[in-house]
Design a protein around this ligand. Structure first.
Ligand SMILES: *[C@@H]1O[C@H](CO)[C@@H](O)[C@H](O)[C@H]1NC(C)=O
Ligand SMILES: *[C@@H]1O[C@H](CO)[C@@H](O)[C@H](O)[C@H]1NC(C)=O
Ligand SMILES: *[C@@H]1O[C@H](CO)[C@@H](O)[C@H](O)[C@H]1NC(C)=O
Ligand SMILES: *[C@@H]1O[C@H](CO)[C@@H](O)[C@H](O)[C@H]1NC(C)=O
Ligand SMILES: *[C@@H]1O[C@H](CO)[C@@H](O)[C@H](O)[C@H]1NC(C)=O
Ligand SMILES: *[C@@H]1O[C@H](CO)[C@@H](O)[C@H](O)[C@H]1NC(C)=O
Ligand SMILES: *[C@@H]1O[C@H](CO)[C@@H](O)[C@H](O)[C@H]1NC(C)=O
Length: 413
């Protein structure tokens, strides 16, 4: 599952709208974390990429948590020590030392008008537990360290050291497993700031449903149960949840989101391509694999399964939002996708892949909500079939259309 996701994310990032160049940002290691025992699965120090804010963005901080599924047993965690999602050494060698900042992380004011000049601090994911593990002893047999929560804390210490504590505006966001981590850490993040700081959280494709009575319910539950036991999460998950539910159920956002006190925005697809392709069947038939790779090949049974998934996630989202203590913003569309923020096609230019709601791109919807220009609460209730939102335009045409759109539409706050 883990390896598949890495492959899937790579594919998605390339097909959404072709390959896009972004500002390259150097990957740094947080060496001071070693003394705190805040290390990756393989014992290497955790990594981040930081681009300082500029202009009137110098008091604004955007902290972004990378994703990459979870490891649910020792073997899967060991596999991760050989790839970036378990080892910063592997991260740096694979990426040649730097990563592009695109989409909502980009510095281009045309395409990313609300967040372009903020400090952007991307925290890489190398613990396999959505930044939740904190096991004191190193597994002596396999030499694995489970310290995701310590990594999160060490990164926050570093951020405060470099000035985040005086922020006017702060946003904690994350994608996929990082989107789940965002929900799990949101209130703790908020507590780092003064009362006058505007602090909000944004979870991108982090709403992994339990769907107890839907296909794969047992599979999803036993998967998270494996994550909880492998990473020793019983006592690190929010007590507001573990007080009511088992630790396993406290990795499902539907049981967490209602208790989050800080303003939270959810970006989701009702046809989340990761959840549909990875969390329904343990053994995938060739027919299902083909359908997941190319929607045109899906048969009627498979389309029905996807429609049932949509029905389940929409109902779960609605009841979760309805029982939330504070208001939620959300953007729930119907393109077969997973992960948006780091890609132009996914976020800042999403309308141009047919992925707009209320005439807004995802990035503008988030900006409206963040700056209180409007509460953004939109769910696509019309399209009940999964849509392939790959742009048919060549990249320069796509970019031209998108920049024209921003020139016409956007009013800075
Ligand atoms: C944005 O990033 C590009 C590419 O690294 C760089 O050339 C440019 O100077 C940056 N712009 C600003 C306003 O920082
Ligand atoms: C265990 O990992 C550490 C790095 O955390 C490394 O220095 C050490 O050599 C490893 N030990 C074994 C037995 O592999
Ligand atoms: C890193 O550099 C190697 C050798 O120059 C190249 O083959 C590889 O594609 C590069 N990887 C990335 C992610 O740029
Ligand atoms: C933003 O991107 C557009 C299109 O690529 C480019 O023309 C413009 O110069 C960029 N702006 C900045 C500030 O980098
Ligand atoms: C249709 O899809 C189902 C589910 O993936 C699969 O089991 C079945 O073999 C497919 N039917 C045909 C005729 O390919
Ligand atoms: C979407 O369309 C593109 C271009 O036609 C195709 O390459 C891709 O496989 C399709 N994706 C899915 C999931 O159907
Ligand atoms: C959406 O935008 C288009 C083009 O800018 C405009 O013509 C249309 O009236 C807008 N629709 C809504 C519902 O605001």
């Amino acid at each position: 599952m883990a390896t598949l996701l890495v492959a899937l994310l790579t594919i998605l990032s390339l097909v959404v709208v072709g390959i896009e160049a972004g500002q390259n940002v150097i990957i740094s290691l947080l060496d001071s974390a070693i003394a705190k025992g805040a290390v990756c699965l393989d014992g290497t120090p955790p990594a981040y990429a930081y681009r300082p804010g500029f202009g009137d963005g110098v008091d604004n901080w955007h902290i972004f948590l990378e994703g990459g599924a979870w490891c649910q047993n020792v073997d899967e965690c060991l596999t991760r020590t050989k790839i970036p999602s378990g080892s910063s050494a592997k991260l740096i060698s694979t990426k040649n030392g730097s990563v592009p900042f695109s989409g909502m992380l980009a510095n281009n004011s045309t395409f990313n008008p609300d967040f372009y000049n903020w400090h952007v601090f991307k925290i890489f994911y190398c613990d396999g537990s959505s930044f939740m593990s904190d096991v004191e002893d190193v597994d002596p047999k396999h030499n694995l360290t489970y310290r995701g929560a310590r990594i999160y804390d060490a990164m926050m210490d570093e951020l405060l050291r470099i000035g985040m504590g005086n922020a006017k505006n702060a946003l904690l966001s994350g994608i996929s497993a990082g989107g789940l981590a965002t929900i799990l850490h949101c209130d703790k993040f908020q507590s780092l700031f003064h009362k006058t700081t505007r602090v909000k959280c944004l979870s991108d494709s982090g709403f992994f449903i339990h769907g107890e009575h839907f296909i794969g319910g047992d599979l999803r539950e036993s998967f998270f149960s494996g994550v909880v036991s492998t990473h020793g999460l019983t006592n690190t998950l929010p007590t507001s949840c573990t007080f009511k539910f088992s630790p396993t159920l406290c990795l499902f956002p539907e049981n967490l989101v209602p208790d989050v006190q800080t303003p939270l925005f959810l970006i989701e697809s009702s046809f989340d391509s990761y959840q549909i392709s990875q969390t329904l069947f343990k053994d995938k038939s060739p027919s299902w694999i083909s359908c997941n790779q190319n929607l045109m090949t899906c048969n009627l049974t498979e389309i029905e399964i996807m429609k049932d998934f949509r029905f389940t996630i929409i109902n779960t989202l609605k009841s979760t939002i309805a029982s939330s203590s504070s208001k939620r913003g959300y953007f729930v569309h119907s393109c077969y996708l997973h992960g948006h923020m780091e890609y132009k096609g996914g976020s800042t230019c999403s309308s141009f892949i047919g992925n707009g709601l209320a005439n807004k791109t995802i990035a503008l919807a988030v900006g409206d909500w963040y700056f209180d220009r409007s509460e953004f609460q939109e769910m696509d209730m019309l399209n009940n079939l999964p849509r392939n939102c790959t742009s048919t335009d060549d990249y320069p045409t796509f970019e031209k259309k998108c920049s024209d759109y921003y020139i016409q539409h956007h009013q800075k706050p």
